[in-house]
Design a protein around this ligand. Sequence first.
Ligand code: AMP
Length: 287
Amino acid sequence: MTAPRVFHDPAQLRAEIRVLQAQGQRVGLVPTMGALHEGHLSLVEQSQAACDLTVVTIFVNPTQFAPGEDFEKYPRTLETDLQLLSKFDPVWVLVPEVDAMYPPGSTTVVKAPRIAQPLEGVHRPSHFDGVATIVLKLFEVAPADMAFFGQKDFQQVRVIEEMVHDLLVPIEIVRCEIVREKDGLAMSSRNRYLTAEEREIALSISRSLGSTSRQIESGEIDAAGLRSKMEETLLAAGVDSIDYVAIADPQTLESVQTITAEVVILVAARVGSTRLIDNMLAAPPLP
Ligand code: AMP
């Protein structure tokens, strides 16, 4: 166990990364908002396996939260986060102040690619512009060879992939599988908002994703029917409201009517005051 090296100054981090890269070392980047859990740590593990040094960033990015969302109450657990990271070596951690990432007077933003518009884009219209802006800045201050993102935020990883493609960013994006609790709940920093009773209700999200994906794998092709069954199941389980249940093409995120190829099933729902998202890939049986 070695305490990770912590940087607060993005310019210093960039300078030191460049030195290592000049020596031929490969650098992996894992951007996070902290409140780390096994899902985040799986990204760090994958970076460690592929790179010589892993840089984890911990930054609760204000521009991806809309007024009224949970920016102020978002869990901030830096001490524990650093302890969790101390089992990985070498790991550098960037913990910048807001002013270091958004110098006073900044007005430039990245307009997220078109893939940001459906699903989350409908319910959180400025969210992905905030995500694209901070991720591009993080790519500037931590010019890694590879960056690791979780499929837990499926649309987010598609947004980043498109942005990197469109803006010619020389970083390889690696998608990492969703890490779940033993009972199936997708790990999320926001799970700690849930009461025991809400957590039980939240389980209906992963359960209904599992059951829908099994139906697709056994040959069900009617997406509208599957969607409405999922919505009924979630509401019957006590979910307070549903932003969307979607069955979409994993590449374009366009809604699918008849399931003839692999799809992604996506859910965003509120349990109490906590908004949760989850998704699962499913492929129909071979003809
Ligand atoms: P966040 O701190 O929520 O912004 O997440 C930072 C990174 O961790 C993102 O790439 C997420 O997709 C990823 N992540 C969050 N939860 C999970 C999970 N349960 N499994 C895998 N990756 C995750």
